[in-house]
Design a binder for this molecule. Structure first.
Ligand SMILES: C[S@@+](CC[C@H](N)C(=O)[O-])C[C@H]1O[C@@H](n2cnc3c(N)ncnc32)[C@H](O)[C@@H]1O
Length: 404
């Protein structure tokens, strides 16, 4: 098969109307195989249009993907109906998170929610009932909702077998759907380890607005296990370092870290979002951003909990002693986003696949890159900078192409 000069591939990619720039990078697999990856920068206007066009469909698709993923995980553990740690997988090892870590995480979460003193609780995204089992017996009213029909059926059957859980009501529905629930009818709404699966910060905002109406004044919304945007680079650095092949170069590690950040499709949120929330959801009087407690492991190191107090407050927002909330002035100056954008990531992934297919159709006999990765212009500039760090003094994209 004739190997077309790779510049031909770059030219073909750049002919696409969504693509503002393109570069090829040589990579080495774990078993020493050499292969090419094409990175393309998507024109910012095309990215916003593409995202907007895809938004509704992508939002639904994303939610449906999580429904399938959780259904599958929960079906796996079908032998027993009892709540379990099924589906809690370590990013570092791709194996189940060790049981002692999960047990510690659960105990501390329960303690934090119990401290709110709620007797009427709505739990959004209740899963297979880890919290239900511990919290519901002490509550007058407990309602659990979840996207996954498998979770809801399983939990209903489990609750029927336990007299202390017979009063619990389960609803199979998406987090945004709070229809039929009465205003001010709960002391607390709990969203624990759920919001990272939401398709975007706007979706979360809608859920919080609707949830705030359901909470009686003086009550709380507990948002647990939020992935911290400030720690996203540290998280991916540690994961990639743990997974790196022996002898991997610093440059290839840097690229992997960078790409895993750019392609992270979960919602990762800056604590500052919660700190400013009462400006846009006036029912929320104050926000407490809390460090995870316990020894250091994956679920405590990069995540935090938030307690939102419903009703007017004199103090606007506070954090615990080890503040996680950045200096807001700093954020305003840098105009850094307050959350990742899973929908943009989904659109870019979709576009990368479409470009790969277009290349195969257009240059059927060529040696093509193993993948086309579409990035925002800012991320593309970062990756080019990282690629150019390898050669001594590359002045242009062509130099990078030639030398890597
Ligand atoms: C990691 S589990 C957490 C379960 C439980 N809250 C706990 O702390 O053990 C996440 C749950 O959120 C649910 N979920 C994900 N996205 C959702 C959405 N958009 N609406 C409702 N539930 C959702 C999943 O089906 C899954 O059961």
């Amino acid at each position: 098969m004739p190997a077309l000069p790779m510049n031909e591939v770059v030219r073909a990619l750049m002919a696409h109307p969504d693509v503002a720039d393109a570069v090829l990078s040589s990579e080495r697999s774990h078993d020493g195989r050499q292969f090419e990856i094409a990175f393309v920068a998507v024109d910012p206007d095309r990215l916003s249009v593409g995202k907007a066009n895809h938004l509704q469909a992508e939002t639904e698709r994303r939610v449906a993907q999580w429904r399938r993923a959780f259904d599958q995980a929960y079906r796996h553990d079908a032998d027993s109906l009892a709540p379990s740690f099924v589906g809690w997988t370590s990013n570092f090892t791709n194996k189940p998170i060790p049981e002692p870590e999960m047990a510690d995480w659960l105990d501390r979460t329960i303690q934090r929610i119990r401290a709110l003193g709620a007797r009427r609780v709505l739990e959004i995204g209740c899963g297979v009932g880890l919290l239900v089992e511990k919290l519901a017996p002490g509550c007058e009213v407990y309602c659990g909702t979840d996207l996954s029909p498998v979770a809801v059926q399983r939990l209903r059957a489990f609750a029927q077998s336990r007299p202390e859980l017979r009063h619990v009501e389960f609803l199979e529905r998406e987090a945004t759907d709070l229809t039929g629930l009465l205003p001010h009818s709960f002391d607390a709404v709990v969203l624990n380890s759920v919001v990272q699966y939401f398709p975007g910060i706007e979706y979360l905002h809608t859920v919080l607005e609707r949830a705030a109406d359901l909470v009686a004044p003086g009550g709380h919304i507990f948002v647990g296990d939020v992935r911290n945007l400030e720690l996203l680079p540290a998280f991916h650095r540690e994961v990639q370092a743990a997974k790196a092949a022996p002898g991997a170069t610093e440059a290839s590690l840097e690229r992997k870290i960078f790409l895993s950040i750019a392609q992270d499709r979960e919602l990762v949120i800056d604590p500052g979002y919660f700190q400013g929330i009462s400006e846009t959801i006036p029912q929320i009087g104050a926000a407490d951003v809390l460090l995870k407690q316990g020894s250091s492991y994956e679920l405590t190191r990069y995540r935090y909990d938030v307690v939102l107090r419903v009703g007017r407050q004199t103090v606007s927002a506070r954090t615990d002693n080890n503040s996680l909330v950045p200096d807001m002035k700093h954020w305003a100056d840098e105009r850094r986003p307050l959350a990742t954008d899973p929908m943009a990531a989904a659109f870019l992934q979709h576009l990368g696949m479409a470009l790969g297919n277009a290349l195969r159709a257009e240059l059927p006999d060529a040696q093509l890159p193993a993948a086309v990765i579409a990035l925002s212009q800012r991320d593309f500039a970062e990756i080019v900078r990282a690629l150019l760090r390898v050669p001594a003094d590359p002045g242009s994209r062509e130099a990078a192409e030639a030398s890597i």
